[in-house]
Write a protein that binds this ligand. Structure first.
Ligand code: GYE
Length: 306
């Protein structure tokens, strides 16, 4: 664990902080819920919040951080869109003496390290999420041979890399499970639908779809239905996040499971930042615990979903 005394940029205890939150994009409910969580936390945490939206461009996200540094932020909260392209933003904030907390995604750990270049990563265990989806699938798939299509998240992002690893490693140990195609849908509903349409033509015998997030799962369900397939009956759809639309799809019997990946980072960011300012030690990885949503609990959780 690390404290500011270990050589990281100092952060004094004050009533108000100028805080940068450099969001990567706002094209899905998860991102919108996360940004809202920071805005909702701002007043009670004493943040004068500068929030930007990189609109899906890593280059713009780096430029947004540049401009926040120029505006004199005290603290940076950064959800890095991709693992490598955002390293310059982390390094520039470090050089400018600004404590940085990575939010919900991480950067390449071989190059930028918690406790050294940034304070800490606040987020889920993506390998474990992928593993849990795979284990649920193995227990609940009713066919004999699983023909799996995998819709990957944003290429080069930590959740896409790790959700793939967690799932694929489990499936590799089961001879009756074959991943016939694995392609990026960029974590987006539209692209998930388009990629699923194409993959369905090459692999009409698919009976399991694993999407790295709920938006792509919903897109895949649309593509399957357009092709006359029956998601939930002849194709098992499984994914990650816990959005309202995914919980509804589970209730409607079209989706099997979604492992939670919470977007509500505002309160956690406030708590960890205050501990850091108080000189307490911070874990290099502040791990978020995730639930699992199935037909057993989707209805009771949908009202709190986003
Ligand atoms: O699963 C996805 C979002 O980085 C954990 O990014 C996050 C992921 C989340 O776009 O829906």
């Amino acid at each position: 664990s690390v404290a500011q005394a270990d050589g990281l940029p100092p952060l004094e205890q004050k009533d108000t902080y100028t805080v940068g939150f450099a969001q990567m994009e706002s094209n899905n409910p998860w991102r919108i819920a996360e940004t809202k969580s920071f805005h909702d936390t701002a007043e009670s945490c004493g943040w004068n919040l500068i929030a930007t939206d990189a609109a899906g461009s890593a280059a713009k996200q780096v430029a947004d951080v540049d401009s926040m540094i120029a505006q004199g932020i005290d603290v940076l909260f950064l959800p890095p869109r991709e693992e490598k392209p955002l390293i310059p933003a982390v390094m520039k904030a470090r050089a400018a003496g600004i404590p940085t907390f990575l939010i919900d995604r991480s950067v390449d750990p071989a190059v930028a390290k918690p406790g050294e270049h940034f304070v800490s990563f606040l987020g889920s265990d993506f390998i474990d999420q992928g593993r849990r989806v795979a284990e649920w699938t193995l227990e609940n798939f009713e066919g004999e041979q699983g023909i799996i299509v995998e819709l990957e998240g944003t290429t080069g992002s930590s959740p896409a890399n790790d959700r793939r690893k967690g799932f694929d490693d489990v499936m590799a140990q089961h001879d009756n499970m074959t991943i016939v195609a694995s392609q990026t849908g960029d974590f987006a509903r539209d692209m998930g639908r388009q990629v699923m349409e194409t993959l369905l033509q090459a692999h009409p015998d698919v009976n399991i779809v694993y999407a790295h997030n709920d938006e792509m799962a919903i897109g895949a369900i649309q593509a399957l239905e357009l092709a006359g397939r029956k998601p939930g009956e002849d194709v098992l759809v499984v994914s990650i996040d816990g959005t309202r639309d995914a919980l509804q799809a589970i209730i409607d019997g079209k989706m099997g499971v979604t492992v939670e990946s919470s977007p509500f980072f505002g309160p956690l960011a406030c708590e960890v930042m205050n501990k850091y300012a108080a000189g307490e030690t911070i874990e290099p990885w502040v791990q978020v615990q995730d639930r699992i949503f199935t037909v057993d609990n989707a209805a009771e959780n949908i009202d709190a979903a986003y």
